[in-house]
Design a protein around this ligand. Structure first.
Ligand SMILES: NC(=O)c1ccc[n+]([C@@H]2O[C@H](COP(=O)([O-])OP(=O)(O)OC[C@H]3O[C@@H](n4cnc5c(N)ncnc54)[C@H](OP(=O)(O)O)[C@@H]3O)[C@@H](O)[C@H]2O)c1
Length: 326
């Protein structure tokens, strides 16, 4: 097998494509032959030692991937060799093969393409948990999605529309806003050129959005929170812009609003049955064509560093997927 190895977590440049012995699965594990892996924002943080999870060195990055089970370890009864799966195990995906805990593998319906399956769990589970569970978004409400053309953002647009909400999608360029419109956003704000607060006022008749989905943070957070509706819910999803905002607490007081934290990975660990039910619902929605991962480009696995460079430059719309030769 081959894998991108991180022996020194100082950044993307230190990753090396290495030949390694193909491992045998231990108890509770399966070996997956990886067809496709997607790039998520935490994959960028983990190779710089900036992610909350710091794997022992050396490790293979790549949180999320899809492929075929090749071998099963002792005690694994729910999966068999030959089965198609998607998996979000945190590491191991930027490789030709990996060992994965069987419990983290999601069996795939027959017609679910590997490229889409590799770009599915993280973004859709995060956005479903954020909007519908933590945010209690209801049909007819208005949701503002920041960073709306990114990985979790594109999923949030689709899930909010599937839930019957009105979506205002905000992103940093006209091209990104055009993508959001194609995904069903009812209105867009190009915060590269437009004033967020003014546009929100105009688009909501001064009322503000009921729910704000924020995976960006930085300078957008405070003006967004200042615009929130009475009884609004501000979802803290991530800080792609870098700085963690410090928000004045008089703002939620004045609007009777809530600032709500979202940590999907911890939710999946602490509430596995609820998470499994949510994943079943997401698979059903995919089967019905209500949601579909937005894939910006599919690149050969060898071009991982190029994929990282595009993400760092904010040049990705939806998701980048790395594939192995069949
Ligand atoms: N809480 C959770 O459970 C959870 C789960 C998954 C991900 N996350 C977090 O959600 C955030 C987004 O993840 P993602 O996978 O959707 O990432 P992504 O695809 O790269 O999207 C992030 C978006 O943030 C915006 N952005 C603003 N400043 C940026 C900068 N300096 N560098 C990169 N992007 C910047 C970009 O949109 P514009 O150019 O339009 O501004 C970009 O499209 C990350 O912080 C990630 O850690 C949280």
């Amino acid at each position: 097998m081959h894998a991108w190895l991180c022996s020194n977590p100082t950044g993307v440049d230190a990753l090396e494509w290495k030949e390694l012995p193909t491992p045998e699965p231990g108890p509770g594990q399966v070996r997956v032959r990886i067809h496709a892996a997607s790039l998520n924002f935490p994959d960028l943080l983990i190779v710089q030692n900036k992610y909350q999870i710091k794997p022992p060195l050396p490790f293979v990055p790549g949180a999320e991937y899809a492929g075929v089970v090749e071998a099963v370890g002792a005690g694994v009864t729910q999966l068999q060799a030959g089965q198609r799966v998607a998996c979000l195990s945190g590491t191991g995906g930027f490789a030709t093969h990996t060992l994965a805990p069987a419990a983290l593998c999601l069996p795939l319906p027959e017609h679910f393409p590997f490229e889409e399956a590799a770009a599915f769990i993280m973004t859709y589970a995060t956005s479903h948990h954020a909007l519908l569970d933590r945010g209690q978004l209801r049909a007819g409400e208005t949701v503002l999605v920041l960073g709306a053309a990114g990985g979790v953002g594109t999923a949030a647009i689709q899930i909010a529309k599937a839930a019957g909400a009105r979506v205002i999608a905000a992103a940093s360029s006209a091209a990104k806003c055009a993508l959001c419109e194609r995904l069903g956003a009812d209105a867009t704000i190009d915060y590269g050129t437009q004033d967020l607060r003014e546009r929100l006022k105009a688009l909501t008749e001064g009322k503000g959005p009921d729910v704000i989905y924020d995976p960006v943070g930085g300078d957008l957070a405070e003006p967004a929170l200042r615009s929130i509706a009475w009884r609004g819910r501000y979802l803290v999803v991530g800080f792609a812009a870098g700085p963690i905002p410090a928000l004045p607490l008089n703002l939620p007081l004045l609007k009777g609003a809530s600032i709500v934290g979202v940590f999907w990975g911890e939710y999946a660990r602490r509430e596995p049955q609820a998470n499994a039910a949510m994943l079943r619902e997401l698979l059903a929605w995919h089967g019905q064509g209500r949601i579909r991962p937005v894939i910006d480009a599919t690149l050969p696995m060898a071009e991982l560093k190029n994929a990282y460079a595009r993400m760092t430059a904010r040049a990705v719309q939806g998701k980048l997927v790395l594939v192995n030769p069949v």
